[in-house]
Write a protein that binds this ligand. Sequence first.
Ligand SMILES: Cc1cc2nc3c(=O)[nH]c(=O)nc-3n(C[C@H](O)[C@H](O)[C@H](O)COP(=O)(O)OP(=O)(O)OC[C@H]3O[C@@H](n4cnc5c(N)ncnc54)[C@H](O)[C@@H]3O)c2cc1C
Length: 231
Amino acid sequence: MEHLNTPPENHVKVLGGQGWVGLIDSLGTESTIVNAARVSFGKLKSTMDERDVKLLEYLIENRHTSPLEHIVFTFSIHCPLFIRGQWHRHRTWSYNEISRRYTEIDMEFYTPDVLRRQSENNRQASYSDPDFNPVELREAISAHNRESFALYEKLLASGVCREQARGVLPQNMMVTFWGTVDLSNLLHFLNLRDSDHAQAEIKEYAQAIKKLIKPIVPNVAAYFEKKGQTW
Ligand SMILES: Cc1cc2nc3c(=O)[nH]c(=O)nc-3n(C[C@H](O)[C@H](O)[C@H](O)COP(=O)(O)OP(=O)(O)OC[C@H]3O[C@@H](n4cnc5c(N)ncnc54)[C@H](O)[C@@H]3O)c2cc1C
């Protein structure tokens, strides 16, 4: 049996190869969106023509969101705990996650390749400084990850239950979860998380998702590209 920490075939690596997001499954195409919008006329089409693309753009532009909800995606996400915390604030997704009450195999910890500086005028912002990437601090982070894991294993070996022992694991612990979301709520997520206001790490995941879904919703991607967004 394949382990959950193995990325699915269709995935995009992020965080310097330490994280990834994969597309597990999807339901519907852009034709589904326009068919849903025209369902009241009782007409169904299986291919998109120019009028359909215009209708699709009209729906997005005017926030007629319900036809977009008929497309659904399931992703598998491998990310540090602190990114999972941000992700799970999006309540319109459905989630399932590997449980550390059941297993301690394949535990991994994130060490940033590059350290950013704290913005002085915005507590929620950071910036890259080419003169600032101290190797010794990255090594200290790595050592802290290893020491936390060693303590976790010591607690388990001493008979402490997994559900309490896991409390010593750091925010850098990698977790894997499945998330399922419809296209309307995914566009909302991408708008918030592929943004300069979002933390750089979750922004990478949002950009990876855009790459994964572009072949399924090419005209949706083209609409946002015309608006100046990168897909
Ligand atoms: C840059 C950034 C910084 C952030 N900083 C913080 C922070 O400092 N502290 C913090 O706590 N959070 C923070 N957040 C999280 C933020 O407040 C939202 O919880 C998160 O972005 C999810 O957005 P959402 O509720 O719109 O998405 P979803 O939960 O996916 O909901 C999508 C939409 O559905 C509707 N909806 C969903 N649930 C309800 C409901 N119960 N009632 C009414 N309408 C509902 C709303 O219209 C909502 O916009 C931050 C988010 C971003 C992007």
